[in-house]
Design a protein around this ligand. Structure first.
Ligand code: NAD
Ligand code: UD1
Length: 355
């Protein structure tokens, strides 16, 4: 199958592109590199010894999106491209609605023109809002607590309405829990810009010595050790969930939704402890006030994906941390490839061919 991956240079996208290539799919990547580096794709090509066509395109450029879709003519699209920083979405909400919602609209228009109506969308467990009925099942009522979450909710609703209006569409809304870890090679992984907002990349940077200590947001939650509990899922398991969803969509139409999580939670202190153990490094921490908008606990019921997709997360916390640590150790400053963004399209294409 020929799969167009939007946001394919990003964290989850790059791992998924690698698995698609390894499974024999042809892959084209559309990305504007606003939060990623083409270096990730060069490494993916090196790891797979296969090629990817890369389109430096902003989803907000309606005409270019249309032209790209028409010339690529994919059989299916996996849509990762989006902005994801919750805090920034509160201070710059319009940027988030424009990029995530309008960007998706442009993509859907382009897909219609190209006659491609198979889509896997990156939704998030954030659409469960502040629900406290655990574990979270797909039927849990949706709500949003910030503009980022609301863009995911709006896009899910938009896709449901699109599917209801035209029965030729096959759509998967995948609700990710907390993606962490990295490819076992240590060559690709999450490369957060600036100070990481999420726990795992922050802890990794403390362990490597880039930051002094972890601020633990709240030690008085109703959880076994008082700190927040989350369903961390290895990015390789998550990527595999996309391939399973893509398979499912080959034989069915309509709009489907699946939680992608492990079904088990780990606390902040458990994560810190695992990092200390795996890295052999000290991970100093301090318990501070709760972060606004955080819930005490969040974890998935992932039975629907197991039953319908035959998919289940295989990797535990230890492996998540081991793989994350390898990536951090081998790439302490991430991809360090900002200079690639200065290259012309032709120069970039030539660079990507160098393995
Ligand atoms: P990421 O930032 O690493 O990847 C997103 C990619 O999209 C980047 O390569 C970025 O350059 C690209 N992009 C953004 N806006 C674009 C635009 N207008 N045009 C073209 N490309 C654009 O993020 P990620 O962690 O890989 O997340 C992928 C998707 O999964 C996002 O939609 C995110 O909201 C969703 N998600 C992520 C998490 C998480 O914790 N990482 C959790 C739930 C959902
Ligand atoms: C955050 C986002 C959510 C997004 C998810 C995955 C917020 C409010 N929510 O969720 O929308 O879908 O990431 O990308 O930002 N923690 C600390 N210290 C830190 C960072 C985090 O103690 O420096 C704690 C948090 O309080 C939480 C846990 O670690 O209990 C995990 O936090 P994080 O990685 O940010 O993920 P979520 O809060 O689940």
């Amino acid at each position: 199958m020929h799969v167009l991956v939007t946001g394919g240079a990003g964290y989850i996208g790059s791992h998924t592109v690698l698995q698609l290539l390894n499974e024999g799919h042809r892959v084209s990547v559309l990305d504007n590199f606003s939060n990623s580096s083409p270096e990730s794709i060069r490494r993916v090509m090196g790891l797979s010894n296969l090629s990817v066509d890369v389109y430096r395109v902003d989803l907000l450029d309606e005409k270019l999106v249309n032209n790209t879709l028409t010339s690529v003519k994919p059989d299916a699209v996996i849509h990762f491209a989006g902005l994801k920083a919750v805090g920034e979405s509160v201070t710059e909400p319009l940027k988030y609605y424009r990029n995530n919602v309008t960007g998706t609209l442009n993509l859907l228009d382009g897909m219609e023109v190209a006659g491609c109506r198979t889509l896997v969308f990156s939704s998030s467990a954030t659409v469960y809002g502040e629900s406290i009925a655990l574990p979270l099942v797909e039927e849990t009522p949706r709500s949003a607590t910030n503009p980022y979450g609301r863009t995911k909710l709006h896009i899910e609703e938009m896709l449901e309405e699109l599917g209801a209006s035209d029965s030729r569409w096959s759509i998967a809304n995948l609700r990710y829990f907390n993606p962490v870890g990295a490819h076992e090679s240590g060559q690709i992984g999450e490369d957060p810009q600036g100070v990481p907002n999420n726990l795992m990349p922050y802890v990794a940077q403390v362990a490597i010595g880039r930051r002094d200590k972890v601020s633990v947001y709240g030690g008085d939650y109703q959880t076994p050790d008082g700190t927040g509990v989350r369903d961390y899922i290895h990015v390789e398991d998550l990527a595999a969930g996309h391939l399973a969803a893509l398979d499912y969509l080959q034989t069915t139409t309509g709009v489907h939704v699946w939680n992608l999580g492990t079904g088990a939670g780990s606390s902040v202190l458990e994560v810190i402890e695992a990092f200390k153990r795996v890295s052999g490094q000290p991970v100093p921490f301090e318990i501070v006030a709760r972060r606004t908008g955080d819930v005490a606990e969040s974890y998935a019921n992932a039975e629907k994906a197991r039953l319908e997709l035959g998919w289940k997360a295989e990797r535990g916390l230890e492996q998540m941390v081991q793989d994350m640590w390898r990536w951090q150790k081998d790439n302490p400053m991430g991809f360090e490839a900002d200079h690639l963004l200065e290259l012309s399209d032709e120069e970039l294409a030539a660079y990507l061919q160098q393995r």
